[in-house]
Design a binder for this molecule. Structure first.
Ligand code: 5GP
Ligand code: MG
Length: 173
C-alpha cells in the first residue's frame, strides 16, 4: 500500500477561493435560465461538484455519469460509458463537470454523447487542465487551474483509487 504523502500543488484554501469565483461567474451567466442541470463525471468530480453546486445561486438539478478511459501507445484514447444519467436532458441547460482535462478525449466523447440528446445548451466546467497535453480541439468553458504535465492526486483525484479524500491537489514525489 502506498503511504506517501503528496506534495501540495494547489492548497485547499486556493481551491475553495477559485470555486467561489467560478460559482459567481456561473450564477451570473445562467441567471436567466429556469433550471441548470449539473452533470458530474464520476468519480473524480465528487468533491468539486459538491463544493461548486453549494455556491450556485440557481435552481439546480445534479446528476452523474461514469466513464472508463483507455489509452495505449498505439491507440488514441477510447472512452466507454459505464453509468448513464437518470435525467432526460432534452431541452435542458446542461453544465458538464469534470475533474481534469488531459488529452481531452473524455470530454470530447461526453460532449458528443450529450449533444446528441439535444439539450438547450451544453457547457463544460473543469477544475484542472494540463495545458501541454491537449490532443482534441476542446476547451472548457469554465476552468479552475492550469497545471504542468504531472500526475496529480487529491480533491477527488486518485492514484490507484487512493488519495481522493485529500482537501488539496498534490503530486506524488
Ligand atoms: P483525458 O486524457 O481524456 O482528458 O483525461 C482522462 C481522464 O484521465 C481524466 O478524466 C481523469 O480521470 C484522468 N486523469 C488524467 N490526468 C490525471 C491526473 O493527473 N491525475 C488523476 N488522478 N487522473 C488523471
Ligand atoms: Mg475523470
Amino acid at each position: 500500500m502506498d503511504h506517501r504523502i503528496p506534495e501540495v500543488l494547489i492548497d485547499a484554501a486556493t481551491i475553495q477561493q477559485r470555486i467561489q469565483q467560478l460559482a459567481a461567474q456561473i450564477t451570473t451567466d445562467y441567471a436567466e435560465v429556469t433550471e441548470l442541470v449539473v452533470v458530474g463525471v464520476l468519480r473524480g468530480c465528487y468533491l468539486f461538484v459538491a463544493d461548486l453546486t453549494r455556491q450556485l445561486q440557481l435552481p439546480t438539478r445534479v446528476d452523474f455519469l461514469s466513464v472508463a478511459s483507455y489509452s495505449t501507445e498505439n491507440k488514441a484514447g477510447s472512452v466507454r460509458l459505464l453509468l448513464d444519467l437518470r435525467t432526460d436532458i432534452q431541452g435542458a441547460h446542461v453544465l458538464l463537470i469534470d475533474d481534469i482535462i488531459d488529452t481531452g478525449h473524455t470530454l470530447n466523447y461526453l460532449m458528443q454523447l450529450l449533444r446528441a440528446r439535444e439539450p438547450a445548451s451544453l457547457k463544460t466546467c473543469v477544475l484542472v487542465r494540463k495545458e501541454l497535453r491537449r490532443k482534441e480541439p476542446i476547451e472548457a468553458d469554465y476552468l479552475g487551474f492550469d497545471i504542468p504535465d504531472q500526475w496529480v492526486v487529491g480533491y477527488g483525484l486518485d492514484a490507484g483509487d487512493r488519495y481522493r479524500t485529500l482537501p488539496y491537489i498534490g503530486v506524488l514525489a
